[in-house]
Design a protein around this ligand. Sequence first.
Ligand code: NDP
Length: 252
Amino acid sequence: MTRFADRIAVVTGGAQGIGAATARRLAAEGATVAVVDLDAARSQVVADEITAAGGRAVGLGCDVTDPDAVAATTDRVVRTYGGLHVLVNNAGITRDNLMFKMPLPEWQAVLTTNLTSIFLCCQAAQQHMVGARYGRIVNLSSRSALGNRGQANYAAAKAGVQGLTATLALELGPFGITVNAVAPGYVATAMTAATAERVGASPEEHQRRVAEQTPLRRVGQPAEIASVIAFLASDDASYVSGQTLYVNGGAR
Ligand code: NDP
């Protein structure tokens, strides 16, 4: 498939997990991908894998909570490749704690990294997309947006992502830009492995417990989220905008 031939894509948090799977998927379908993460060297490892597989990619270091870094990285991608068509806002962190003992910095870090960063990346990207009258933005929300014990900060941020997504779809739609969100359930990544560790379980044991509660009786894999992100970023979804799509193995 070459749904992304001649498309330039930015994937934030692309050095591992869902972001890396998304970068690989978009590149496999013809996109030139800027893999963006905190550490340029880790981003470049994913970019090198893509290149070795015959794709086009570059690894860039950028803290997506830093407005100047976001602006500079976006400009660099546009200057180097001549445009920006797809933005996947995937970078995220958790700092789980029950609300009554959650320190303010943990609240702020999660809101800034999971929500404010998307505002910054969209603001930087939109000027190029509006000029081109074309854009595809996909934001990572979460099943936790519906509420999750110990994740007041993360749930608030991921619910905020859904509101931001719906609003940007209204504002940017007239310029040919779609904005959608994907809300995964439990996906086997470093993020959920860290959650397992926090509750004193191995990743395998934690996944087994979650799988028992999931209609499909297993947890998700990064590639299964990447394929949905790729759909929303493609012209197969040309009339889909402002939506949040839950990808969670059938859980209600
Ligand atoms: P990972 O923790 O595996 O990967 C996230 C990546 O984002 C890491 O490489 C991380 O770098 C990077 N990152 C963190 N902060 C920044 C920053 N300020 N600037 C740039 N990059 C940053 O997460 P997942 O792959 O599991 O999750 C990806 C997205 O999907 C997240 O938004 C997450 O909230 C969401 N999601 C995940 C679910 C899951 O079950 N895994 C479920 C629902 C939603 P570093 O490692 O150096 O911190």
